[in-house]
Design a protein around this ligand. Structure first.
Ligand SMILES: [Zn+2]
Length: 506
């Protein structure tokens, strides 16, 4: 059994105006040949899982091409063309493969294409023909389109959020592909698309309604009624003409696949109004922080500007609110602003200057805030994550500086990373527990570390490319009749479609 493997990974935020280019993928990692195999073998990610599953089944791995970038704006279409050109060449050179096993994010839009996931799978199917098994593993936030389903044999997505089963998902997708190749098993995949998006911080797989829904699917697998399932909550900041949230079910009969896909999709749809976070008005949070006598900070979550979610990280909106508040609040603040870092270097530590902070990456989204600031320190931007997630991992925010603006200490940097980790502040001399208010630009990842040191955690209703208040954003491409923008009271979950081979093999 010969299996060709590959990966294409980027989560697009359509509202971030900065195009994700080849340079971003170089930073995230581009691998081919033996380097791809050695890079991913034994790693806790999708390709690590795919490699282990193939090796366990005594298969031979043929390395394809893998490209990864951090979340961000639309991908330059030429990057996808480059990936396809490379992969189609490798497919031509390897005519006798049995399987093509791929790892994707799955919510990727290019400057010319709303459905990179489906387009890549379609190109692969055309290149390998009918008899090669194509599998895709992807993120729970993937946009799984009809094109993707019609061209893949099997698609499996994460079953956890926060995502802790990336390796297992790769392993699941490859294992199902191997069952088809080795045992010639007839397995069927059914897919139900639902015209809905909900904010990413309105649910988790740890507890609550979404957890219960996932449990329902896991029970069906345990009871032997289905082989696999995924409940996709489409990345909500994706403004595309095709797609939505969806449910995929793989089973050994068409009827079982369709029936349970419908059932889970109906349950997801029914809960749509319950997947929304409680958002605070910023001034209410500031009042809470100003009167905070607990000795522990109030955490203001500005998830709208989370670079993890593909936002620009340069929003000074809350900084302005804090500076205009009736009394000073001792605050730790984070801002992507490379220009201000350069200015701080020119002015020098201990000196004062006029800065125009924020809005450097997305001037259409944010206006800079004029401040008088003292330069406290300058840094190379390297730091170690404290964890619990990613403990000991080396990160870099690029050149950085700390400015004092009255009672607010602002960490300015080139590109914020590890936003959920208090060490992002600590390393640069800002100790979060000494502040009345700490600004965290993340969605849910920060909870593990911050919940122990916070007196209260408040998700703020703020503008930005990853705003949880979806109605703040100017969606232009989503299909008509889409939740939460339209009243869909009479909507009923539609009949599932089947993957291409499910149609043929009765
Ligand atoms: Zn995700």
């Amino acid at each position: 059994m010969k299996i060709l493997i590959c990966g294409f990974h980027q989560e697009t935020n359509s509202f971030n105006p900065i195009i994700t280019d080849m340079e971003n993928f170089r930073q995230g990692g581009i691998f081919e040949g033996q380097e791809l195999i050695s890079r991913f073998t034994g790693k806790q990610n999708q390709l690590g899982g795919i490699i282990d599953a193939v090796l366990e089944a005594k298969g031979k791995i043929i390395p394809g091409y893998s490209m990864t970038s951090q979340s961000g704006g639309m991908v330059n279409n030429e990057v996808m063309v480059h990936f396809l050109t490379k992969m189609l060449q490798i497919i031509r050179e390897n005519k006798t493969i049995d399987g093509l096993f791929c790892a994707f994010h799955g919510a990727t839009q290019t400057t010319q294409n709303d459905d990179a996931f489906g387009t890549i799978l379609e190109a692969f199917r055309n290149a390998v023909g009918k008899n090669v098994v194509i599998t895709a593993s992807c993120d729970l936030h993937a946009n799984v389109t009809e094109k993707a389903v019609r061209n893949a044999d099997f698609i499996c997505g994460y079953q956890s959020y926060p995502h802790i089963d990336c390796y297992e998902t790769g392993f699941r997708s490859a294992s199902i592909g191997i069952r088809r190749i080795l045992n010639k098993e007839n397995l069927y995949m059914a897919h139900t698309l639902i015209p809905m998006i909900v904010p990413a911080n309105g649910y988790t797989s740890i507890s609550g309604l979404f957890h219960d829904l996932l449990q329902k699917g896991k029970n069906l697998v345990k009871e032997g009624k289905i082989c696999d399932f995924t409940i996709f909550q489409m990345q909500p900041w994706l403004d595309v003409s095709v797609g939505g949230s969806s449910v995929l079910v793989i089973a050994d009969s068409k009827n079982a696949a369709k029936k349970h896909a419908c059932e889970l999709a109906a349950a997801l749809w029914e809960q749509r109004d319950n997947f929304w976070p409680d958002l605070w008005d910023v001034n209410d949070i500031l009042a809470l922080a100003a009167n905070n006598k607990t000795g522990k900070p109030v955490i203001l979550v500005d998830s709208a500007d989370s670079t993890n979610a593909g936002a620009t990280g340069d929003s000074p909106v809350i900084l302005k609110d804090i500076l205009e508040y009736q009394e000073p609040i001792k605050t730790a603040f984070l801002l992507d602003d490379d220009k201000a870092v350069q200015q701080a270097e020119r002015i020098g530590v201990g000196n004062k200057g006029t800065f125009y902070l924020g809005g450097t990456k997305a001037p259409d989204l944010f206006n800079p805030v004029e401040v008088q600031a003292v330069v406290r320190s300058i840094h190379d931007g390297e730091f170690l994550q404290e964890g619990p997630a990613g403990r000991g991992i080396n990160r870099s925010v690029g050149k950085a500086a700390v400015l004092s603006v009255g009672s607010v200490d602002v960490l300015i940097c080139k590109n914020a990373v590890g936003n959920g980790d208090p060490q992002l502040y600590r390393h640069f001399g800002i100790e979060p527990v000494f502040y009345q208010l700490v600004i965290v630009k993340a969605n849910t990842s920060f909870l593990a570390a911050y919940q122990h040191i916070a007196s209260k955690i408040c998700w703020a209703d703020t503008p930005g490319a990853a705003s949880a208040n979806l109605k703040r954003l100017n969606y232009q491409r989503l299909p008509n009749g889409f939740y939460p923008f339209n009243d869909l009271k009479s909507y009923r979950v539609s009949e599932p479609i089947l993957s291409w081979n499910s149609e043929e093999k009765e």
